[in-house]
Design a protein around this ligand. Structure first.
Ligand code: SF4
Length: 423
C-alpha cells in the first residue's frame, strides 16, 4: 500500500511514499554491541531464544572479549510452563552474573520477540531486582524485539529506560546535553570544541552509570543520532528542551549542529568562527578528493538505520551524489525537520517498506550504489549492484569535522573496489 504524504525538502513540499509491507531489517538487540562498548559498567542480559543468542554472537563476533558484558538467558520450552518459574530463573541468572562481575553497576534485562518473553513483565522484574541488588546495581528493562522495530531502536529504548528511571532533577543546572551514543574518540573531539566555545556540556549515555548527568527544566539537548524518538519524549517529560539542528555529519552538518548550541548559549559569533573555522576547513580539505570520486554517482537508500536522511543530505550537498530514493523506516519530522529542509528539491523519500516493490524500483533505476541491510546486500551484489551496509554507519566513527572525510570514504571505497573488479 502506498500513499503520498508531503515532507518539506529544499524549501518545497515533497511527496513521501509510505509503504507498509514486508521489511528486511535487523532487530534492536544489535544495539547492545555499541551500547556495551560505551557504557563501561553496564551488563546486557537478553531474555530470549537461541536465535537471539546467535544473533548477538554473530553481530559481536568481530570482537574478542575474555568476559563480554552481554549474555542471553535462553528460555527453553520447560521454562514456559509458568511465568513464576521464568521469573525465578531470571533472578537466579542475574544473581550469578552480578556475583561474577562485581564491577557491574547497571544491568539491563533486554526483551526479545518470542511470545513467551513478551508475556513476561520485565519492567516488574527489573524493579524487583533493583530492590534486591540496589543501591550498588540498578536493574532496568527495555525491549530489543525485532517485531515492528529497526535495529537502532534498541538504543532508543535503552536510553529512554535510563531517563525514565532517573526522573527529573531540581538542580540539573543549564548544561547542554548531547544525546546519543558516540564513539569515545568523537565525544572527546566534540567536548574540546564545546570547551573552546565555553558551552557547558554533558554527554548521554554516560561512560559510567554513576556519572549520569541530571536532567531537569534548565537542560537543553542536542541529538547526536537521528533515531531517538522515545528518548526525546522522555527528555521532554523531564522538562528538557530540544535544540533543533541538522545532525553532526559532514562539515556543513557539524557546523550547523554546533551553531544551534552556540546560538542558544550566546557564544560570540567571532569566537564561534575562531573555534569552528579551522576544523571545518580541515573537513572540507578531506572531502575534496572524495567529491572527485563521488560527484554525479547515483545512490539509492533502503530503509534500515534511520541515518538515511542525514547521510543523504551530506552526500548530496558535500560530495555531489545524486539521490535516487531515500528510504527511512520512520520519518521523525520533529527531529528531522532541519535535515529535510536541506535536501535537494525533487528527491524521492519513502517511509516504511514493501521490500519487493522497493527492489523493483531499485532495479529499474540501476543506481551506482545501494545502501541497505546485510540481508539485501549479498543478493544485490550478485545482481551486479554496488552496495554499502547501513549497519557500518552505526559501528564506525562518522560524526564531527574530523570524521567527514572518512564518512565520504565509506561510500567511495565500494565504488573503487567495483571499478577494480571490472579491470
Ligand atoms: S528478531 Fe527477535 S527472536 Fe530474532 S534475534 Fe531479534 S529479538 Fe531475537
Amino acid at each position: 500500500m502506498s500513499a503520498p504524504n508531503p515532507a518539506i525538502a529544499g524549501g518545497a513540499a515533497l511527496p513521501v511514499l509510505k509503504e507498509r509491507g514486508q521489511r528486511e531489517v535487523f532487530c534492536g538487540l544489535t544495539g547492545i554491541v555499541w551500547l556495551h562498548r560505551k557504557m563501561q559498567d553496564a551488563f546486557f542480559l537478553v531474555i530470549g531464544s537461541r536465535t537471539c543468542a546467535h544473533l548477538l554472537q554473530s553481530a559481536a563476533g568481530v570482537m574478542i572479549f575474555a568476559e563480554p558484558r552481554f549474555a542471553t538467558a535462553i528460555l527453553e520450552e520447560k521454562d514456559l510452563a509458568g511465568l513464576a518459574d521464568a521469573n525465578e530463573e531470571i533472578d537466579r541468572v542475574v544473581a550469578r552474573v552480578l556475583r561474577r562481575r562485581p564491577e557491574v553497576r547497571q544491568l539491563f534485562l533486554v526483551g526479545s520477540c518470542p511470545s513467551e518473553v513478551i508475556k513476561l513483565d520485565l519492567s516488574r522484574a527489573a524493579a524487583r531486582l533493583s530492590q534486591q541488588h540496589g543501591p550498588d546495581v540498578q536493574v532496568l528493562a527495555y525491549s530489543g524485539s525485532g517485531i515492528e522495530t529497526t535495529f537502532t531502536q534498541g538504543e532508543d529504548a535503552c536510553l529512554a529506560s535510563m531517563l525514565r528511571a532517573q526522573g527529573p532533577s531540581e538542580d540539573a543546572g543549564d548544561d547542554l546535553l548531547v544525546v546519543g551514543t558516540l564513539p569515545d574518540v568523537v565525544e572527546d573531539q566534540l567536548q574540546r570544541l564545546f570547551d573552546q566555545l565555553g558551552v557547558p556540556v554533558r554527554f548521554f549515555p554516560p561512560r559510567r552509570a554513576r556519572s549520569a548527568p541530571p536532567v531537569g527544566r534548565g537542560t537543553r539537548y542536542l541529538l547526536a543520532q537521528p533515531f531517538l524518538a522515545e528518548t526525546g519524549l522522555a527528555l521532554n517529560d523531564l522538562g528538557a528542551r530540544h535544540l533543533p539542528a541538522p545532525f553532526p555529519l559532514g562539515a556543513e552538518g557539524t557546523r550547523a549542529w554546533l551553531q544551534a548550541a552556540a546560538t542558544e548559549y550566546g557564544v560570540d559569533p567571532a569566537r564561534f568562527e575562531e573555534v569552528v573555522a579551522p576544523a571545518e576547513a580541515r573537513a572540507r580539505r578531506a572531502l575534496a578528493p572524495m567529491r572527485e570520486r563521488l560527484a554525479g554517482k547515483r545512490i539509492f537508500f533502503f530503509p534500515d538505520s534511520q541515518l538515511e536522511i542525514p547521510i543523504a543530505r551530506f552526500l548530496a550537498r558535500e560530495v555531489g551524489m545524486e539521490l535516487v530514493e531515500v528510504g527511512t523506516p520512520y520519518l521523525q519530522r520533529d527531529h528531522l525537520g532541519p535535515e529535510l529542509a536541506l535536501l535537494p528539491d525533487g528527491v524521492q523519500l519513502s517511509e516504511g517498506q514493501d521490500v519487493e516493490r522497493q527492489l523493483d524500483r531499485c532495479r529499474a533505476a540501476a543506481p551506482d550504489m545501494v545502501v541497505c541491510g546485510l540481508g539485501l546486500a549479498n543478493p544485490l551484489e550478485v545482481e551486479g549492484m554496488t552496495t554499502k551496509w547501513s549497519i557500518e554507519l552505526v559501528f564506525t566513527p562518522v560524526q564531527g569535522f574530523e570524521q567527514a572525510g572518512d564518512l565520504a570514504e565509506l561510500f567511495a571505497r565500494p565504488l573503487v573496489r567495483r571499478e577494480r573488479l571490472k579491470v
